[in-house]
Ligand binder design. Structure first.
Ligand code: SAM
Length: 473
């Protein structure tokens, strides 16, 4: 077969670029565009480990096979459509292209750290990082575009993550708030997307050598903001889903020349003609120099500012009062719920739990004060809506529950039960047998996985599954 622009439906300049870059196996690489796409999902460890029956069920239903470079990753059969199954709505897994799973595996986030995902939407890397953190420490997941930040917040919520703040900020504006604050940073940079060509025709249409150069310039700009937010000694993973050297190796060369405190720890590529994946580039860099004196100085500064805020603080009393109201609700309806270390925050009628995690996060966040002036679509775990002196639990709280045991009242359906589908469509459900006695807030589960709330009264369960998430038909 001739490997030209017409037979491959790819730009000729791109074909030339790849043949030049891969003199030995350029043809094998280009032919991989004729192969079918690969499909992957990544298990949510906090739910996957504790729900063995649902896990076995998922393994069989979706014909899961392990992804070699990511312990939580699996290939699935396209026809089995796990994205449409109720387990997806329950945050049991995240649909993610398999080679994209390599970035967080190489970043190696640890529980208890203060971590930033700087270009985070729709949330593949953030939800992976949060899973590895096991709920300990704090993750800031940032996305510059408002609509994409909203989707990111929804995905964080679906995965039942409690220790993540979603911000919507330009990287430099964020850097002015968090100077040298993070233990680790994920920078999954916006790129020319050559690894997306098999699934996204827009990426092919947008591609040109000029577009590649523009992407490289933008990547360099974002890298500078990332460096300004990393703690001395900290680690950054830089990744792209593109193949050209300008946005990958050449950017890393430039980085190492410009910031000589960095050492390159790893640089890996996944190629679609060599592995089962669409392709990814990841470089892991570590700040080598010891700058502890200047870090201590800025921490001291933050401590004194924090004390000033506390003494003048009228803003603190309202969230505390709202939280006391929530605590009373929690004692009645979710007595088994455990929240991570944090503080309550109130935005109008919305009560959030802002995770504080570790010492550096506490300094950097200053009780939430640092977030002022930033757009924050999700200030941690959404606990409740305050409605004229009564509490309505947030949907996020149901997904944060690990099992029905945390609730005083619960009802569980099998995934195959028509009642499960009816619940996800937003219908009210009749309560039969023992369930007819239920009264008040009730946690709803599917195959034991909490998925939402309902309110029981008079033998009926009023549906509180959010309108925007309901299935149709
Ligand atoms: N990490 C995400 C994931 O795994 O789901 C994918 C991130 S995507 C490759 C890159 C993101 O960078 C996009 O969401 C895009 O909106 C965002 N972006 C675009 N321009 C940006 C800029 N100048 N600074 C920061 N982020 C930008």
């Amino acid at each position: 077969m001739s490997l030209d622009a017409t037979t491959l439906s790819l730009p000729q300049a791109y074909i030339e670029q790849m043949k030049q870059m891969l003199p030995k196996d350029g043809d094998a690489f280009l032919l991989s565009y004729k192969d079918p796409r690969t499909f992957g999902l990544r298990a949510n460890p906090t739910k996957w480990i504790t729900h063995a029956d649902a896990r076995l069920n998922a393994e069989q239903l979706f014909h899961l096979r392990p992804v070699p470079w990511c312990e939580e990753g699996y290939y699935y059969d396209e026809a089995s459509r796990p994205g449409k199954h109720p387990y997806h709505a329950a945050g049991f897994y995240y649909i993610q292209e398999p080679s994209a799973m390599s970035a967080v595996a190489l970043l190696d986030p640890q529980p208890g750290e203060f971590i930033l995902d700087l270009a985070a939407a729709p949330g593949g890397k953030s939800t992976h990082i949060a899973g590895r953190m096991r709920g300990e420490g704090v993750l800031i997941a940032n996305e510059i575009h408002p609509q994409r930040a909203k989707i990111l917040a929804e995905n964080i919520e679906r995965m039942g993550i409690g220790n993540t703040i979603v911000t919507q900020s330009d990287p430099h504006a964020l850097a002015s708030k968090f100077p040298h604050a993070f233990d680790r940073i994920m920078l999954d940079a916006p790129c020319s997307g050559e690894g997306m060509f098999r699934k996204d025709e827009d990426a092919i249409r947008e591609w040109s050598p000029e577009h590649v150069a523009m992407c490289a310039a933008r990547q360099w700009d974002i890298i500078q903001a990332a460096v300004a937010m990393l703690k001395p000694g900290g680690t950054i993973a830089y990744s792209t889903c593109t193949f050209n050297r300008q946005e990958n190796e050449e950017i890393i060369d430039h980085w190492l020349r410009h910031f000589d405190q960095f050492k390159l720890l790893r640089m890996e590529r996944i190629w679609p003609h060599q592995a089962e994946g669409e392709g990814h580039f990841v470089a892991v860099l570590q700040w080598q120099a010891d700058h502890s004196a200047s870090t201590e100085a800025s921490n001291t500064n933050m401590r004194s500012r924090k004390q000033g805020r506390k003494s003048s603080g009228s803003r603190v009393s309202d969230p505390q009062a709202a939280y006391s109201q929530f605590e009373a609700w929690k004692r009645e309806y979710l007595p088994g719920l455990h929240l991570p270390q944090g503080i309550p925050l109130l935005f109008g009628e919305e009560l959030y739990w802002l995770p504080q995690g570790n010492v550096s996060a506490i300094h950097a966040l200053q009780g939430g004060e640092t977030l002022r002036g930033l757009r924050v679509p999700r200030a941690g775990l959404h606990l409740a809506h305050l409605r004229k002196n009564r509490i309505e639990p947030a949907h996020a709280l149901a997904l944060y529950c690990r099992s029905a045991k945390e609730a005083a009242q619960s009802i569980s359906f099998a995934a195959t039960d028509s009642a499960a589908e009816a619940y996800l469509r937003g219908e009210a459900l009749p309560l039969e047998g023992d369930n007819a006695q239920l009264k008040g807030w009730t946690l709803v589960s599917i195959d034991g996985l909490p998925i939402g709330f309902g309110k029981a009264s008079g033998g009926q369960l009023k549906n509180h599954y959010p309108k925007g998430l309901r299935t149709t038909g």
